[in-house]
Design a binder for this molecule. Structure first.
Ligand code: ZN
Length: 299
């Protein structure tokens, strides 16, 4: 199982704390400038196109421009690691009519075709691979998009635009995509709920990403595992109905091994970064445990 933690320019450098860390980075301007700060080699890197960021802008950059940004980012990383490069796609967010959804799907396929051509002309080493993005709005369109990407020559796939969907529909679309490309070849973008992750593991999905360790940390939340649970810092002004915690519980994460009380500080961002490290530790532990249970047929 490969869990990718989303990383952006203002986040903690997870790979400095954890060996074998997988990181997802988007090819957007701020990350482009900050990527050189990653000095510790992650095991796998998913280099996303930043399409969710570009989709909020009036004009999309050309596929080639984003590809060039990705090339610059790879160069600045300055280390050998397994990299999957994701082409610019057109997410389904803000698409309300069937015509708009259909156009987004077609645009994504067209981009995938152009990207693969660019990718192939660069003759990368085998540690750098292209990923095709499946953008569909229902079962048939997801299957169609998956088949088209396969025909183009992609061997690795991602499915996007699931975040705003109802959990049942998310799983339905993931299942449809998996029947065409195989669950082991499919990365699921941005589905972050633990219940959904559990369901995905049951479907045989082995690759997904989440911003959850960082997001929860920013909202003053701390994860613990075995069993997985979330607490709110006792001093937080949040009105969320979660159990509050004022003292650290036993934990073997790199932050708690040094000074577990620091991450209980409500305030400067550096303390949220410590919480993100701690949260990452517990989320990955939980996912590893779920994967083990699945292997033994217990879920
Ligand atoms: Zn900890």
């Amino acid at each position: 199982m490969e869990f990718y933690v989303s990383w952006s320019h203002s986040d903690v450098l997870f790979a400095d704390y954890f060996d074998n860390c997988n990181i997802l980075v988007s090819a957007v301007p701020d990350n482009r400038r900050a990527i050189g700060r990653i000095k510790t080699r992650p095991r796998n890197l998913l280099l996303d196109s930043g399409s969710v960021y570009y989709a909020r802008q009036r004009l999309r950059p050309p596929v080639q421009t984003v590809f060039q940004t990705q090339l610059d980012m790879i160069e600045d990383l300055n280390f050998g690691t397994n990299i999957q490069m994701v082409h610019l796609d057109e997410p389904m967010i803000n698409k309300s009519t069937l015509v708009e959804c259909y156009r987004a799907m077609e645009r994504t396929l067209y981009n995938a075709y152009e990207f693969l051509h660019l990718f192939q002309t660069h003759h990368f080493q085998s540690t750098i691979q292209p990923m095709g993005v499946i953008q569909g709005f229902d079962g048939p369109s997801v299957r169609y998009a998956a088949r088209e990407l396969k025909k183009m020559g992609y061997n690795s796939f991602g499915i996007g635009s699931l975040l705003t969907q109802h959990p049942d529909k998310q799983l339905h679309l993931i299942q449809e995509a998996a029947t065409i490309v195989g669950p082991q070849q499919l990365h699921v973008f941005g589905v972050t709920g633990l219940a959904q992750m559990k369901e995905m593991i049951k479907l045989g999905i082995t690759s997904f990403d989440s911003t959850r360790p960082t997001m929860a940390a920013v909202y003053f939340q701390l994860f613990y595992s075995n069993p997985f649970r979330t607490y709110l810092l006792a001093d937080s002004r949040s009105t969320k109905t979660l159990s509050r915690l004022s003292e650290p519980l036993p934990c073997g994460c790199p932050v708690c091994l040094v000074n577990p009380k620091e991450m209980f500080t409500v305030g400067p961002r550096k303390f949220a970064k410590l919480r993100a490290v701690h949260n990452y530790y517990h989320l990955t532990k939980t996912l590893e445990h779920l994967a083990e249970q699945e292997n033994q047929g217990e879920i």
